[in-house]
Each structure stands twice: as C-alpha cells, then as structure tokens.
Design a protein around this ligand. Structure first.
Ligand SMILES: Cc1ncc(C[n+]2csc(CCOP(=O)(O)OP(=O)(O)O)c2C)c(N)n1
Ligand code: SF4
Ligand SMILES: [Mg+2]
Length: 288
C-alpha cells in the first residue's frame, strides 16, 4: 500500500471516548506524525493494553493488537523481533506501563530494543472508574484513596532513563503539533523510545485538567539537535514547579535487534515457511 498523504485517511471508526478526553489529541498527533513521515499503515503495528487507551487501534489505520493489561511491552517486543522491518508502537496507560507492566518497561529500556512506547498518562485508572494510579498526585481523592493519596507520584521517565533508555520525551495531549513532533522523533529513533504523554481524563481526574496543565508545563524550543546530556535530562526531570515538555534525552547505542538479529533475512518473518509446514502436515498424517 502506498504512503498516505491525507491524515484523515488514517481514521477508522469514530472514537467512543468521553468528549474532551486527551486521547483525541493523541490520536490526532499520531495521524499528523504518520503523514509527515509518509508511513504506510501496513508497516505499523500498534499494541495496546487494557484501559481507555486500549481502544486506540479501532480508530487508527494500521495493524493493531489489543492485548492484556500490563503486557504491552512483551507483545510489542515479540512483534519487533519477528519482523524488525515494522514500526512497532506500544500505546500503554499509566496503570498499564507504570504499575502492573513496569518490570517489562524497564527491561526493554535496558535492552534497547527499537520500540516506541507512548504512555497515555491520565494519572488515573480510568477504565475501571477512577482509582488512583502510581502517577496520581499527592492528595488525589478517588474511590481507592477516599482520604487522599498519601505517597508521592512516580515519574516513569526517571525510571526509564536510569534503566538505560536511549530516548525519553514528555508531551501533552493539549499540544498536538508538539506531540506530533515528539512522535516523529520517537519513530525515527534507533533503540528504545519512551514518550510520557500528560493527558487529561475529563471524567475521573478533576485535578489535572487542561487549564491546570497550561499553568504547569513549559515547552522546550527544539528543532534540529536533540539533547544527549544526562545531567541536563536529570535537571529537567527534577524541576518541581513545571513539567518540561520536549525530547529530554536522545542517544545512540547498539540495539537489541542489532545484537541478536544481525542478518535480517534470518528473522522469522524472513523465513520461507512452506517446507516446515509440509513437514508438520506429514507428521500429523501419521496420527490420523
Ligand atoms: C491482569 C489484570 N489486572 C487488572 C485488570 C483490571 N484493569 C483493567 S484496566 C485497569 C487500569 C487501567 O488504567 P490505565 O492503564 O491507566 O488505563 P486508562 O484506562 O487510564 O487508559 C485495570 C486495573 C485487568 N484487566 N487485568
Ligand atoms: S474515562 Fe477518562 S480516559 Fe476514559 S475515555 Fe473518558 S475521559 Fe478518556
Ligand atoms: Mg490511566
């Protein structure tokens, strides 16, 4: 299939997310990035977990896999290793990526497999009706924290950077052009890329609203060169007054697929399977 030039051609069904949900901005940014990079929908696979974000593949034209809660990264890893030619995007939730699936995220960062993981960070377990998540702010009142959440929120970008991620970025679903720019950079990155997307849940998070974010974000002015300075990345991540949006760190090192699949023709997707299938069929005949 030839590359698509009109972003609306990436649309599938109309989304059923709540009106005003940040996921609409993320969907729009994905379409803009895909058109700008002239991607063929058949070259992309989007893997999602369970959550409101999980419905994304119904609305975006590409291959899609709506898997288990917390298992976005293992499924995406398997797809990438079977066929490294594909652009594999894991679209996960803050519960999915930073709670039940956190171990997978950190090991993928360490291994530097070329995946783009986009975390829809609405700071709440939305699909299950609004329980506090690891990224909910202190004091967050929810059905699971009726007295207010006591512990501090977790920052997945800090953990990923510490684990060896070669690309980390933060975006906001209310800044669609900027988010599209980050997604383009992440899709072009060689190695593991994590984008944490601050994304309002208008139904269950009445604290981190669009207006709240407008007062609490600062967008870096970045165009050509990307920062490869760990100290700078940590100082941006440690800012307490504002979320710093942009590519916070980008570096190059050998990827997992380059280490274990040096010859792409020998990947599973590159194999001629017919002789193997015939052997299995012959074996099955014996048991008839
Ligand atoms: C193994 C497992 N544990 C728990 C659940 C219940 N569950 C479904 S979605 C979800 C949380 C979703 O939160 P998040 O990942 O942030 O996604 P969102 O709905 O906010 O997009 C939970 C706990 C499940 N489906 N499977
Ligand atoms: S519950 Fe929240 S995250 Fe889910 S669709 Fe509605 S606004 Fe979006
Ligand atoms: Mg969530």
């Amino acid at each position: 299939m030839p590359a698509i030039k009109n972003k609306d051609s990436f649309s599938r069904k109309p989304p059923t997310w709540c009106p005003g949900c940040g996921l609409y901005g993320i969907l729009e940014a994905m379409k803009r990035a895909a058109v700008s990079l002239q991607l063929d929908p058949a070259s992309m696979v989007i893997v999602t977990g369970i959550g409101c974000h999980g419905r994304f593949p119904n609305y975006f034209l590409s291959y899609g896999f709506h898997g288990l809660h917390g298992r976005v990264v293992p499924v995406a890893s398997g797809i990438k290793l079977v066929n490294p030619e594909l652009k594999v995007i894991g679209l996960s939730g803050d519960g999915d990526a930073y709670s039940i699936g956190l171990n997978h995220l950190l090991h993928a960062a360490r291994r530097n497999l070329s995946l783009l993981i986009l975390v829809v960070n609405n700071r709440v377990f939305a699909l299950t009706q609004g329980q506090a998540s690891p990224t909910s702010p202190r004091g967050f009142i929810s059905i699971s924290t009726p007295q207010g959440k006591v512990e501090p929120p977790l920052d997945g970008l800090k953990l990923a950077l510490g684990a060896g991620a070669t690309f980390i970025a933060r975006g906001f679903s209310g800044e669609v052009d900027h988010l599209a720019f980050l997604i383009e950079r992440g899709l072009n990155h060689r190695g593991f890329a994590l984008i944490d997307v601050l994304s309002p849940c208008v139904t269950y998070n009445k604290i981190n609203t669009y207006d709240w974010y407008k007062k609490h974000i600062e967008i870096l002015n970045q165009h050509k060169s990307m920062p490869e300075d760990l100290n700078q990345a940590w100082s941006w991540l440690n800012r307490e007054d504002k979320f710093i949006l942009g590519v916070l760190y980008s570096a190059t090192r050998e990827t997992l697929e380059e280490m274990i699949l040096p010859d792409k023709r020998k990947t599973i997707a590159g194999l001629e399977l017919r002789p193997e299938v015939e052997k299995v069929m012959a074996l099955m005949e014996k048991f008839k």
